[in-house]
Design a protein around this ligand. Structure first.
Ligand SMILES: *Cc1c(COP(=O)(O)O)cnc(C)c1O
Length: 391
C-alpha cells in the first residue's frame, strides 16, 4: 500500500488502524514490512543539488519521518517533530516566543517543565504565571498584553486535575494566543486536544507512546503551517533530535497503543476503586472516581481515564512503608510503561518544586503516585494491599 493511498484513507481509518499503518509503507527496496532503522548520518547525492530529499540526518531521517507522520495522524494534527526527550520538545516549543513574552501555565505541571521555565527560560526574558487551569476564568484573569501562549497539562501531575480545555480553547482562540497541551498522561487514544482548539500538542514519548520503559523521547505536533515551518527550523537549528533507533522503538510502541491504553484504563479503574475503599488510604486522586472534582468533565473530555493514580497515606512514614514493601510494583520515576511503577512525588519527580508550592498544590510528604501497568490487576492489588498492611 503506498503512502499516498494510506493518506487518502486517513479520514476513514480508525485509531488502531492508523496506529499500525500511518506513516509507514513496506520498504521500497526490500519489501520489509517494518520500517528499517536508517542508522546513517548522511546520504549520497546523485549530483550537485540533486538528492532524494535526505541530506543530513539531523535534518531528515526516514525512520524518524515515519514516526513523525504516525504521531501527526494519531493526534489529528498536520505534522509532527520528534525530539531526544519530552523536555527538549517542550523547550523547542517555547523557542517560538521572544524575550518579553508572557506564558500562562497549569499550576501543577510536570516538575521538569517548571524547572526549565523558571530556571532556564526566565533568564532569556520569558515570563510565566501559574494558574489553576481547571477553570478558564483563572487563565482569563492572568492575561496580560504580553501574553502569547497558554501551556496546559491535563490531567496534571500528580494531583490529576482536569483542565477546562473547551473554555480555554475558546479563550485562546478569541485572544489570538497559542494553546499548547501536554498530552503525555492520556495519549491521543483518550484525549484529542486539537479538537478543543489546541494549536500544538506535546508529549514525552518516553511514557505511553513508547510504552515499554526503554526509550526517552518527545514530540511536538503542529496544526498550522507557520508553526510547522518554524518548529522544523528549530528542530534542525537546535538539533535535539530523536535517534533512528529510538524512533523505531516508539514506532513499534504506537502499534499497540490502543490495546495497551484500554488495559491501563481497566486496571487503573480497578486499582483506584480498591484504594478508595481501603481504610489506610485518606484520599485518592483519579478522574474516573465519581468523587473526583472534575469527574463529569473528564467523562466528556476524554474517552477513558488511563492508569495514573495518586493517593494520600497521611505521612512520610506511611508513604515510606508502602514504597518499601511493594514487591511487584517497581519504585521508580517515570510512568506509562507496561509495568506498574510507584513513586513519591515530593522527593522524586517534584523535588525541584519549592516546598511551599508543593504544599499549596497538595503534593504532601504522604502522597504516593502509581502508574498502573498492564499486569494481571489482581496481582497489582494484592501487592498494594500487602504493602498498605505493613504501615
Ligand atoms: C516525563 C514528562 C515530561 C518530560 O519528558 P522527558 O521525556 O522525561 O524529557 C513532560 N511532561 C510530562 C507530563 C511528563 O510526564
Amino acid at each position: 500500500m503506498s503512502l499516498s493511498r494510506l493518506s487518502d484513507l486517513d479520514i476513514i481509518m480508525g485509531f488502531s488502524t492508523q496506529a499500525i499503518h500511518a506513516g509507514q509503507e513496506p520498504d521500497a527496496s526490500t519489501g520489509a514490512v517494518t520500517t528499517p532503522i536508517y542508522q546513517t548520518s548522511t546520504y549520497v547525492q546523485e549530483a550537485l543539488g540533486r538528492h532524494k530529499g535526505f541530506e543530513y540526518a539531523r535534518t531528515q531521517n526516514p525512520t524518524r519521518l515515519a514516526l513523525e507522520r504516525n504521531l501527526a495522524a494519531l493526534e489529528g494534527g498536520q505534522s509532527a517533530y520528534c525530539f531526544a526527550s519530552g523536555m527538549s520538545a517542550i523547550t523547542t516549543v517555547l523557542l517560538l516566543l521572544k524575550a518579553g513574552d508572557h506564558v500562562i501555565v497549569s499550576d501543577n505541571t510536570y516538575g521538569g517543565t517548571y524547572r526549565v521555565f523558571e530556571r532556564v527560560l526566565r533568564d532569556f526574558g520569558l515570563d510565566f504565571t501559574y494558574v489553576d487551569t481547571s477553570e478558564a476564568a483563572g487563565v482569563e484573569r492572568a492575561l496580560r498584553p504580553q501574553t502569547r501562549m497558554v501551556f496546559v497539562e491535563t490531567p496534571t501531575n500528580p494531583i490529576m486535575t482536569i483542565a477546562d480545555l473547551e473554555g480555554i480553547g475558546r479563550l485562546t482562540r478569541e485572544a489570538g494566543l497559542r494553546l499548547v497541551v501536554d498530552n503525555t498522561f492520556m495519549s491521543p487514544y483518550f484525549l484529542r486536544p486539537i479538537e478543543f482548539g489546541a494549536d500544538l500538542v506535546v508529549h514525552s514519548t518516553t511514557k505511553y507512546l513508547n510504552g515499554h520503559s526503554d526509550s526517552v523521547g518527545g514530540v511536538v505536533i503542529t496544526t498550522r503551517p507557520e508553526d510547522a515551518e518554524r518548529i522544523a527550523f528549530l528542530q534542525n537549528a537546535v538539533g535535539a533530535i530523536l535517534s533512528p533507533f529510538d524512533s523505531w522503538l516508539v514506532l513499534r510502541g504506537t502499534k499497540t497503543l490502543a490495546v495497551r491504553m484500554r488495559q491501563h484504563d481497566a486496571n487503573g479503574r480497578a486499582v483506584a476503586g480498591f484504594l478508595a475503599e481501603h481504610p489506610k488510604v485518606r484520599k485518592v486522586y483519579y478522574p474516573g472516581l465519581p468523587q473526583h472534582p472534575q469527574h463529569e468533565r473528564a467523562r466528556r473530555q476524554m474517552s477513558g481515564f488511563g492508569g495514573m493514580i495518586a493517593f494520600e497515606t497521611g505521612s512520610l512514614a506511611a508513604a515510606r512503608a508502602v514504597l518499601d514493601n511493594v514487591r511487584l510494583c517497581a519504585l521508580a520515576e517515570s510512568l506509562g510503561g507496561v509495568e506498574t511503577l510507584i513513586s513519591h512525588p515530593a522527593t522524586m519527580t517534584h523535588a525541584s518544586v519549592p516546598a511551599e508550592q508543593r504544599a499549596r498544590l497538595g503534593i504532601t510528604d504522604g502522597l504516593v503516585r502509581i502508574s498502573v501497568g498492564i499486569e494481571d490487576v489482581e496481582d497489582i492489588i494484592a501487592d498494594l494491599d500487602l504493602a498498605l498492611g505493613k504501615q
